[in-house]
Design a binder for this molecule. Structure first.
Ligand SMILES: Nc1ncnc2c1ncn2[C@@H]1O[C@H](COP(=O)(O)OP(=O)(O)OP(=O)(O)O)[C@@H](O)[C@H]1O
Ligand SMILES: [Mg+2]
Length: 239
């Protein structure tokens, strides 16, 4: 029998081999990233006393925290940490947002973006994997900064708001950037690998949506081309 070269069996086999090769090269890259990261961590630790003397202790701590988080992500990808993940814990959203604000503060000044975070006076707690929710907020603020910058206006604004609403903690990231075009639906932008950026990988929103979904929450986007975007994340409150 003349077997068709492009039979589904061959296609499947090809897809399996390609995924295996892709996983292998990503694993190698992930593995290699750890070496410079280890060196960077060592230098930050070495410089920590000087940074403390300059009143920059929080910067040093956050730098170390971010490096550790990157190492954790790599370990998770390589399957090293899967069993030891800390899991869900009680988390103050105020502290989390304060961390994120701190991380973006200097960048906002450098890029001439007005960046602010509004809290209600009352503390808000959620049950979450801290690193993952940090990653979501980081992705959303990063997108907002990029959207504002893409618009090129001199009065770029990014605002984070946190409040309680109907059993949920509601975090909103608001920007007055380029907004989404009519053709770009919410499902399109939250789809893996959709990007309009030269150096974007198009996975920030899809990863964020998956994380929020896995916390029993919702991620919603509303946007107007040329005016800006509002991304709302709702996560069940911890009473
Ligand atoms: N705040 C925003 N304003 C306007 N467009 C946005 C905003 N956030 C996301 N987008 C659009 O959705 C696309 C997908 O966003 P996503 O964060 O998933 O990927 P990315 O930012 O392109 O790359 P990366 O994976 O590095 O984050 C963006 O390329 C952009 O077109
Ligand atoms: Mg992004």
């Amino acid at each position: 029998m003349n077997k068709n070269k492009f039979s589904p069996v061959d296609d499947n086999d090809f897809t399996r081999k390609s995924s295996f090769l892709l996983h292998q090269s990503v694993s190698q890259i992930a593995h290699e990233i750890r070496n410079p990261l280890t060196a960077i961590r060592g230098f930050v630790q070495l410089l920590k006393p000087d940074l403390i003397a300059l009143g920059k202790e929080k910067h040093a701590e956050l730098l170390l925290q971010e490096i550790d988080r990157t190492n954790e992500l790599i370990d998770e990808y390589l399957g090293i940490r899967r069993q030891e993940r800390s899991g869900y814990e009680k988390q103050s959203l105020h502290l989390l947002i304060a961390d994120i604000s701190f991380l973006f503060e200097s960048e906002a000044i450098l890029r001439n973006i007005q960046f602010s975070a509004d809290f209600s006076d009352e503390e808000i707690f959620i049950l979450c994997e801290k690193g993952q929710i940090r990653q979501v907020l980081f992705n959303l603020v990063r997108n907002a900064f990029e959207a504002v910058e893409a618009k090129g206006s001199s009065c770029g604004k990014v605002r984070m708001k946190v409040a309680k609403k109907g059993g949920f903690a509601r975090i909103t990231v608001i920007d007055n950037g380029i907004g989404l075009s009519k053709e770009e639906s919410v499902s399109m932008v939250t789809n893996s690998h959709y990007t309009t950026k030269e150096r974007g990988s198009g996975i920030g929103l899809s990863v964020s949506k998956n994380i929020v979904d896995s916390h029993g929450g919702k991620l919603e986007i509303s946007s107007k081309l040329g005016y800006g975007t509002i991304v709302t994340v709702q996560i069940p409150l911890l009473f």
